[in-house]
Design a protein. Sequence first.
Length: 165
Amino acid sequence: MMRNGEEVADYLRRNDLRLSTAESCTAGLITSMLGEIEGSGEWLECGYVTYSAEAKQSVLGIREETIERCGLTSEEVATEMAVGALKRNRANISVSTTGVAGPTDAPDGTPAGTVCFAWAHALGKAVVIYAKTEQFSGSRNEVRRRAAEYAISGLLDFHRKCMKP
């Protein structure tokens, strides 16, 4: 279940965070959901939607060898997406998704509903990254919605975790 949008907005605002998203299987839904919150322009920097391997490489700087070695639906690709989204603008926090929304499995056998996430946090010159893979059930759009909600909810949890001494 997604956190209250206002709770996320207040947290981002209070902590002087500017968010960038890098989305594949959620197709901009994270950015769209956050954009519905009044005042989101204060903390929502930008959103990238990159479905193809080529777009991930040219827009976000994903390495071809990472895609070849790990596959498009992998925490490694999600991590590079989050870092790419973080480094291409004024954001200091980012979230990324890559996966298989469905309704069928991917050609490489990755089951429908598999989504890889990464949250990246700029702390001075360092970048702290958390990555996770989840499995969601439901129709294609239910998977997309659940994944977007999960990504948004993780923003606060992982930022708090990386800020602990």
